[in-house]
Design a protein around this ligand. Structure first.
Ligand code: SF4
Ligand code: SF4
Length: 135
C-alpha cells in the first residue's frame, strides 16, 4: 500500500455517512407509480382483438379464447421486455403494468403465467406445475 495515510483519511471521511447500499430485501425500495413491472390483465374488458399480440416485439403475450366472449392472457415473463407496447395498443384498456418487479424464479416454467379470472396480480398462476425433484 503506497499511501495508507490517504486511505485512512478517506475511511474517516466516509465513516459518519449513511451507507449508499440498499437494504433490500429487508427494506422494500420505493417503486415509482409508473414503473413498468409485471403485466396485469382485466379479462372483463378484453374483446379478443389480439392487437396486443400483433404489436408485442418479443411475442411474449398470447390471448386465448376460453369461452363465449371470455379470454385469458398467457404471458411469458422471461420473454417480455416490459416495454408497455401491448398496454398502449389495447383499445379496451384490458392490460396494465404493475409495480411488481420481484419476478425471479428457479423454475423457468413458472415465468409463464396465465391471467384469466379476476385479472389482478394475486391471480397470476404458473402455466405448468414445477418439476418434481428426482428422489
Ligand atoms: S410489455 Fe412489451 S414485451 Fe411485454 S408483453 Fe407487452 S408488448 Fe410484449
Ligand atoms: S389488445 Fe386488449 S382487447 Fe385486444 S386482445 Fe389484447 S388485451 Fe384483449
Amino acid at each position: 500500500m503506497k499511501k495508507p495515510g490517504k486511505m485512512l483519511m478517506e475511511v474517516l471521511r466516509h465513516a459518519p455517512k449513511k451507507p449508499a447500499t440498499e437494504m433490500y430485501p429487508h427494506v422494500r425500495p420505493y417503486v415509482p407509480e409508473r414503473f413498468r413491472g409485471r403485466l396485469d390483465f382485466i379479462p372483463g374488458k378484453c374483446i379478443g382483438c389480439k392487437m396486443c399480440m400483433r404489436d408485442c416485439p418479443s411475442k411474449a403475450i398470447t390471448i386465448n379464447k376460453i369461452g363465449d366472449k371470455k379470454f385469458e392472457a398467457v404471458i411469458d415473463l422471461d420473454r417480455c421486455i416490459y416495454c408497455g407496447q401491448c398496454v398502449d395498443s389495447c383499445p379496451k384498456d384490458a392490460l396494465l403494468m404493475t409495480t411488481d418487479f420481484e419476478l425471479a424464479q428457479l423454475d423457468r416454467r413458472k415465468l409463464k403465467i396465465v391471467l384469466k379470472d379476476a385479472g389482478n396480480a394475486t391471480d397470476a398462476k404458473p402455466e405448468a406445475e414445477p418439476e418434481k425433484p428426482v428422489a
